[in-house]
Design a protein around this ligand. Structure first.
Ligand code: NAD
Ligand code: UD1
Length: 338
């Protein structure tokens, strides 16, 4: 498991995972088309880790480019982050999502098969549980897609289950992320959305830095302690370490296995706003508006299976998530575009 191909490695979660993989001694090849990221993130990954990686700017749907990579490098495993992730956009342009995420993964898996690389760690999402009937969410809960983005994750999971049944050489770990937030403690890499953020944490951070005026809190009348939505926010460095655990586990476990990567602890939107304002020592103005269609009141993981089987647990708490996000945002007010 020495050389790992990281698809989407220039992105938010990919860049943090590259740091942890390099620190652990893996050699890395990153493939990314930079459609939602900046190559500067990879320079900073190398600066943090003090090690180099090889970067190929290519689309995972480009079969020839992938063949070239698998021919040039002796790849042992693939960590597959590359994908589009904006829920609203996926509703408006479903074919873009099916092409990029599903077709892209099929092209990647075909290249892996041709070059006899059968180990893959896949970025799935808690969205595959749809609107769960009870909490906390366990891996064997029923799966459902509530939007085209979620459907791409579900389809890819099913493809990987089918592959595992077709050929025992395939070993896939599906990591179902809850809500990744935070940044590397160096302040050098973090989340840098292209447009106005869809997700809560980058929105709050951009309000605090003055790029956005005010947070709209989607719904104050949920059946939660303070009426705002509750989620399982997980520090991106903890999440990145989950990939190390998955890679060491993959060699021992044939077939396809899914794990929740979350903390098991839910926080409300108002708790997040207060914690961020305290860490940044800045006010975060907000107003409560109508619910966002498709949002669940509460969503949090049962992370016990990952603890038992992967020996992985989230370690960083809410304060660190906030401090590290603020360090990244305040040191890079415009993200990577300085
Ligand atoms: P991101 O957009 O920051 O990173 C994705 C990377 O993939 C980007 O660098 C982008 O340029 C690249 N990419 C996209 N399509 C590509 C293609 N066809 N070919 C090559 N590169 C391509 O997103 P992220 O937050 O780091 O998410 C990484 C993965 O985790 C995604 O698959 C996402 O769906 C999944 N995920 C993210 C979250 C979250 O909240 N961030 C939650 C659950 C699952
Ligand atoms: C969203 C997606 C989910 C995807 C995940 C990661 C939806 C319905 N769900 O999850 O499919 O896997 O991102 O990309 O889009 N909030 C506000 N104001 C904001 C933004 C968010 O109040 O400006 C609230 C939301 O209502 C929610 C919480 O903050 O209660 C977290 O929202 P968000 O960060 O978008 O994550 P999810 O909705 O959990």
């Amino acid at each position: 498991m020495k050389t790992v191909l990281v698809t989407g490695g220039a992105g938010f979660i990919g860049s943090h995972t590259c740091v942890e993989l390099l620190n652990e001694g893996y050699d890395l090849v990153v493939v990314d088309n930079l459609c939602n990221s900046d190559a500067c993130a990879l320079d900073r990954v190398q600066e943090i880790s003090g090690r180099t990686l090889d970067f190929v700017r290519a689309d995972i749907r480009d079969s020839a480019a992938l063949n070239d990579i698998f021919s040039r490098y002796s790849i042992n495993a693939v960590v597959h982050f590359a994908g589009l992730k904006a829920v609203g956009e996926s509703v408006a342009e479903p074919l873009k999502y099916f092409d990029n995420n599903v077709n892209g993964t099929v092209v990647l898996l075909q290249a892996m098969q041709r070059h006899e690389v059968f180990n893959i760690v896949f970025s799935s999402s808690a969205t595959v549980y749809g609107d769960p009937a009870s909490l906390p969410i366990k891996e064997d809960f029923p799966l459902a897609a509530v939007n085209p983005y979620g459907r791409t994750k579900l389809i890819i999971e099913q493809i990987l289950f089918d592959l595992g049944k077709s050929d025992s050489r395939w070993q896939s770990v599906l990591l179902r992320y809850f809500n990744p937030v935070g940044a590397h403690p160096s302040g050098l890499i973090g989340e840098d959305p292209n447009d106005i953020p869809n997700n809560l944490m980058p929105f709050i951070a951009q309000v605090a830095i003055g790029r956005l005026q005010e947070l709209s809190i989607y719904g104050g009348d949920y059946a939660t302690p303070d009426g705002t939505g509750v989620r399982d926010y997980i520090h991106v460095v903890d999440l990145a370490k989950g990939h190390l655990a998955a890679l060491s586990h993959i060699v021992q476990t044939p077939g396809t296995v899914a794990y929740n990567l979350g903390t098991g602890q839910g926080y409300s939107v108002l708790e997040m706003v207060k914690a961020f304002a305290a860490a940044a020592d800045k006010p975060v103005p907000y107003k409560i508006v109508a619910r966002r269609p498709g949002d669940a009141a509460q969503c949090y993981a049962d992370p016990a299976l990952a603890a038992e089987k992967l020996g992985w647990r989230a370690e960083l708490g809410l304060e660190r998530m906030m401090e590290d996000t603020w360090r990244w945002q305040s040191q890079n007010p415009q993200g990577y575009r300085q």
